[in-house]
Design a binder for this molecule. Structure first.
Ligand SMILES: Cc1ncc(COP(=O)(O)OP(=O)(O)O)c(N)n1
Ligand SMILES: Cc1nc(C(=O)O)sc1CCOP(=O)(O)O
Ligand SMILES: [Mg+2]
Length: 360
């Protein structure tokens, strides 16, 4: 808890108005963030931290500061920025409100020093707690999104990349991997940035294949690493704890290692041989069954999966699949995406029902 207010003399009205306005601003921003933690993420811990911060702000919002308020004379109430009127997605809404809270806390810290010696210190501490809350919330949100995602689109180098990905997002896709083995780095970086913006607009995650540097440069949600790519632990050092790291696996040993190394999810495949990765021998449905029985972390069956063999893969125990051609080469990517998702949900419901009836 913060130190007690330590004031003796009355403060200048302008100073009180600044503190009053910024205490309100910080509390409002926190309330908006708290609603997402509570109803969007179902996180009692994160919502609790927001509430605690709001209560500490309330503690400093004394009668002296409140009584200085003069809303009709405040020229700032009419000032809005066009960006305040537009929110392209939940992520942007949260970012904007974190920014608002952090700015308000900075103002409270600076002006607070003049008002009360304890105030500056208290708000400095609070500002650091808000930075921590922001990175925890981002990491938690990413992980929840990963858990929710049952279909994973891995892109190919076809024309109209953004158009196809957007069509799939419109069909309900929530997880995309940018995979491009041929373009120059400048083109790749441009594509990652554009895909990132697009995916975030649809509240989907964007993972970059192979390249940790591009993921960091474009502020993407994570990377997918194969057995020949950077070790997970090295990538984690570069990416930090909040970003998602996936690892390809083809057998039990690779799965075990990926889990020990701290991968957030694994690819399980190739289930069938595929022209998208012609040199990799199929691991087959047996490995899918093995993953279903043994993997404690989310896993995506991948390789040669299409709408005709999807049932077979689901019956072998998969509840998440990753595809390239089935969507990237589809005439109607939105419809194909919707079909995949509907089948994945149907199977999930069936499994849950079986679990409940077997228990009773
Ligand atoms: C979800 C998913 N699983 C496996 C892979 C294959 O990754 P990798 O072995 O590194 O091969 P390339 O994709 O780099 O050719 C993947 N990309 N995604
Ligand atoms: C990129 C990739 N990785 C695989 C693995 O098993 O590691 S299979 C694969 C290609 C999947 O493409 P499609 O859906 O077109 O068959
Ligand atoms: Mg790779």
């Amino acid at each position: 808890m913060t130190q007690k207010p330590n004031r003796t003399l009355p403060a200048q009205p302008a100073l009180c108005r600044i503190l009053d306005a910024n205490l309100d601003r910080a509390r409002e921003g926190l309330r908006i963030i708290e609603e997402w933690c509570r109803f969007g993420l179902n996180s009692a811990d994160l919502a609790g931290e927001c509430k605690q911060l709001r209560q500490e702000l309330a503690f400093w919002h004394t009668a002296e500061l409140r009584s200085a308020r003069d809303t009709p004379a405040d020229p700032g109430t009419e000032l809005t920025h066009p960006q305040e009127e537009q929110r392209s997605g939940l992520q942007q809404l949260l970012e904007a409100n974190f920014c608002r809270v952090e700015e308000a806390l900075r103002v409270l810290e600076e002006y607070g020093k003049v008002y009360d010696p304890n105030m500056g210190k208290a708000f400095k501490q609070m500002r650091y707690r808000v930075y921590t809350l922001e990175s925890d919330l981002l990491a938690y949100g990413r992980y929840q999104q990963l858990l929710r995602s049952q279909l994973y689109l891995v892109t190919s180098g076809r024309d109209n990349l953004l158009g196809v990905v957007e069509a799939a997002l419109q069909g309900g896709l929530t997880l995309v991997q940018y995979r491009d083995k041929t373009s120059d780095d400048a083109v790749k970086l441009d594509n990652v940035r554009k895909l990132c913006e697009l995916c975030h607009r649809y509240d989907a995650l964007l993972i970059v294949n192979d390249r940790v540097d591009l993921a960091i440069a474009a502020d993407a949600d994570g990377v997918h690493l194969g057995q020949q790519d950077l070790p997970v632990a090295e990538a984690r050092k570069l990416l930090g704890p909040g970003r998602t790291i996936g690892r390809s696996t083809t057998n039990a040993q690779e799965m075990q290692r990926a889990i020990e190394e701290g991968a957030d999810y694994i690819g399980v495949g190739p289930v069938y041989s595929t022209p998208t990765k012609p040199d990799k021998q199929a691991a087959g449905l047996d490995y899918v069954r093995y993953a279903a029985a043994k993997s404690p972390i989310p896993w995506f069956a991948i390789g040669g999966i299409d709408i005709n063999n999807l049932d077979e893969v689901l019956n072998a125990g998969a509840s998440r699949v990753a595809v390239v051609r089935s969507i990237m080469e589809a005439e109607q990517p939105t419809l194909v995406t919707q079909f995949f998702i509907s089948q994945l949900i149907r199977m999930q419901k069936f499994k849950t029902h079986k679990l409940i009836t077997n228990r009773s």
